[in-house]
Design a protein around this ligand. Structure first.
Ligand SMILES: Nc1ncnc2c1ncn2[C@@H]1O[C@H](COP(=O)(O)OP(=O)(O)OP(=O)(O)O)[C@@H](O)[C@H]1O
Length: 344
């Protein structure tokens, strides 16, 4: 990936005398969307009252399985889908009160690579800047092309660009009006591992340059590697939303594997009250909550039962465990309600 020095996002800093940028880049409250049924297809409630605040400057992940409602959410922000109810503000601008200014504050990179194959990157960016009413003298076409490493391809037909180059061009296209908020819908869906890394580097660079980045993904790894804050969405509801560290802390579950020096045929009595399991005759797996149980006490109980410990391993839960817990739990709706209250 080329070295990228990006043009600063509009409003990302606060020049002297300027209106201070908002603390929250995006704020939505009780956002609902019902797609009307057509023919035999029934109506679909894609968003069931989403409330979220996306802090300015964050790299925010909307994580959820296919069909969770992520694209619907960002398409509403982008002005491409009409919400059924609720409110949304982008960079402090209510999308109902001033749709035009709200749209100007956001750049969206859609999932589909919808580029005209017979236009060159330079033409595509110029055209897009024209659509947004950016005066010619203020256009940053060359800088943007350089930022996404496409200066050498500025005048090549888009159809001759590789998949990765096209994605980068899409990012540049979404940035022509220097929006302070950039939304990427599944930026690396179907992208190979190497290109994924370079796209991540690019997204981090955009964020460092001051742009608030919101991305949707169903790749846990992507959210874990890139995002500082993550909202997990399932069936049109937010089931968790916190900083990555806090989310991981919420798991509060560890697994301790104790390898014994002798054969046993049953769990020692002292471990009966724990979530413990004897595997084979020399291995005990104990699941515990670090906030409630001390590993020293657990090991003490094993030793007190007259068992010798020859080795130990611990396994920590990761985001994947939380994701599975939250998106598979039958009471997910209850979790969401309790959680939403925290964020209102
Ligand atoms: N135009 C539409 N008409 C009817 N239903 C729709 C429409 N667009 C989306 N849906 C439905 O709304 C739900 C949410 O879809 P959405 O595309 O927002 O989810 P997603 O989380 O972005 O999933 P994916 O990653 O697969 O795009 C799904 O059940 C989908 O089938």
């Amino acid at each position: 990936m080329p070295d990228m020095t990006l043009p600063p996002a509009a409003g990302s800093g606060a020049p002297a005398g300027a209106v201070l940028p908002p603390d929250q880049a995006v704020e939505v409250h009780d956002l609902r969307k019902i797609y009307k049924g057509t023919g035999r297809a029934p109506a679909k409630e894609a968003l069931k009252g989403i409330s979220l605040s996306i802090p300015r400057g964050s790299l925010y992940g909307l994580l959820g399985p296919n069909g969770a409602g992520k694209s619907t959410f960002i398409n509403i922000l982008a002005g491409l889908v009409n919400k059924t109810s609720g409110t949304a503000r982008i960079w402090g601008i209510d999308i109902d009160r001033d749709a035009r200014s709200a749209r100007a504050a956001i750049g969206v990179v859609p999932q589909e690579l919808n580029l005209d194959p017979f236009f060159t990157p330079r033409e595509i960016l110029d055209l897009q800047a024209g659509l947004y009413g950016v005066p010619k003298r203020e256009r940053q076409t060359d800088r943007l092309l350089e930022a996404v490493g496409l200066q050498d391809k500025a005048d090549a037909y888009a159809r001759t660009l590789s998949g990765g180059m096209r994605r980068r061009l899409m990012v540049a296209k979404a940035m022509v009006h220097a929006p302070p908020v950039l939304v990427l819908d599944e930026p690396t869906a179907g992208v190979d591992v190497e290109l994924r890394q370079s796209l991540w580097a690019h997204v981090r660079e955009l964020n460092r340059a001051g742009t608030t980045v919101v991305l949707t993904t169903h790749y846990l790894e992507e959210a874990e590697q890139l995002c500082d804050t993550i909202a997990i969405v399932n069936h049109g509801q937010v089931v968790a939303c916190d900083s990555k560290q806090q989310l991981l802390k919420r798991l509060d579950q560890k697994e301790l594997v104790v390898h014994l020096g002798q054969d046993v045929d049953a769990l020692p009595e002292a471990l009966a009250a724990c979530d413990a399991e004897l595997q084979g005759s020399r291995r005990i797996v104990i699941r515990y909550q670090p906030s409630r149980a001390r590993v020293g006490d657990i090991l003490g109980a094993v030793s007190a039962a007259g068992l010798s410990i020859v080795d130990l391993t611990t396994v920590e839960s990761d985001l994947e465990d939380l994701f599975l817990q939250l998106t598979r739990a039958p009471q997910a709706a209850a979790v969401a309600t309790a959680h939403d209250d925290e964020y209102r």
